[in-house]
Design a binder for this molecule. Sequence first.
Ligand SMILES: Cc1cc2nc3c(=O)[nH]c(=O)nc-3n(C[C@H](O)[C@H](O)[C@H](O)COP(=O)(O)OP(=O)(O)OC[C@H]3O[C@@H](n4cnc5c(N)ncnc54)[C@H](O)[C@@H]3O)c2cc1C
Length: 402
Amino acid sequence: MLCTTVPERTPSYFSPHGHAMKNYDHIVVGLGTTGAFTCRTLAQRGKKVLGLDMHAPPHDQGSHHGQSRSIRRAYLEGTSYVPMVLRAWELWRQLEQDNRQQLLYKTGNLTIGPPESPALHGFFKSAEKYQIAHQQLSATETKRNWPTLNLPDHYVAGLEVEAGILRAEKGIKLALLHGTSEGATIHTSELATGWHEYPDKIEVHTTKSTYCSETVLFCADSGNLALLPQLAGQLSCRRVPVRWVTPENPGPFSLGNFPVNFWQVPTESAKEGEDYDEFYSLPILPGDKQLKIAPHNHLAPLTGESQSATIDTKEHEHLQKLIKRYLPSMAKLAPIHQLCRYTLTPDGNFMLGKVPGHQRAFCSVLGGHGFKFAPVLGEIFADLLCNQSPEFDLSLFDPTRF
Ligand SMILES: Cc1cc2nc3c(=O)[nH]c(=O)nc-3n(C[C@H](O)[C@H](O)[C@H](O)COP(=O)(O)OP(=O)(O)OC[C@H]3O[C@@H](n4cnc5c(N)ncnc54)[C@H](O)[C@@H]3O)c2cc1C
């Protein structure tokens, strides 16, 4: 049972003699994108931190799995994200240097749509405000550079030349390795089942034990729905039918030759400017043969019953229609599908901060675009959990905003 009120009984973190027992400074529930990096940063700062995960990250049961996640700084979702992603970029580069391993590969990023589309508006606003190197390309210019992108004549593209791809699972592995070597306690295959906040401590219950700490961070992706009943009505879990195709000639689609391309196009049924379909494709990574294509919105709910690995006909047809029209050379290639998930807030923006009504419990919900921020989220939550103010304006991400 989840209980977040002060209980009448003596809390279990008191010894029989009434002395307070402090197990950990901080507990992190979920060791994926946010959790792995938060554990690492807290441990680096000398904190006694316990990280809990029901699986053993990286794995394919959350939102982080797979080889590739795009990173871009001319952030179409809003200028509030830009200072955070600029810092994240620095931290990814630092992580690479510390480990002598490449994690971030530049390949460019295109935001494509009709000139009035909100995505392009957001892209140019962020690029201009933060002077991020970018170009505006006409449909003709875009097609000349990348003939497989079939833009209607009036479309434009915003190109961020320096943007790229992150090696997602490798990044999480490294963060957890560092965290452990800096002293973080990592428990995998341990499901968090509930928690209590007391005036001076937090108790977290798992399938194996109960732990106490000063503060707790819930960054359990869809697991947050069960752990945070006060947010469950606001969060929704969505099916993301990711498609992989193998072009006969991979050269033009390979990393460095092919940019990440994100499309925001008017839906067939809506009048122009009313509603948009969003989808993207990512280049082929070194050593791979497959190109990744996925829808980004209009996603079906992921319910208990539908957590199967199969993609339904409607999902297949929706994506196929977009591919036929905008990426036609990929429409005839035999697809392999994989069902992934987004855990979304009502406005699509992150939730970063205190769990509403609590002082010692914090939450992170990232939705469909959070991976690139992982190392800066580690810093942000290490600050918040230690009662320090992060250097970023987090008002857009306030969990009490709904
Ligand atoms: C197909 C796809 C493509 C994407 N592309 C991009 C991209 O290009 N760029 C980008 O920046 N972002 C992208 N994203 C989004 C990004 O991957 C997510 O925003 C991010 O991974 C979410 O991180 P998280 O820490 O919230 O969750 P996760 O990384 O999923 O971690 C949550 C962890 O919590 C654990 N857990 C759950 N419940 C419990 C429990 N009760 N007890 C203990 N542990 C629990 C899980 O096992 C999991 O390890 C994409 C997402 C998907 C699905």
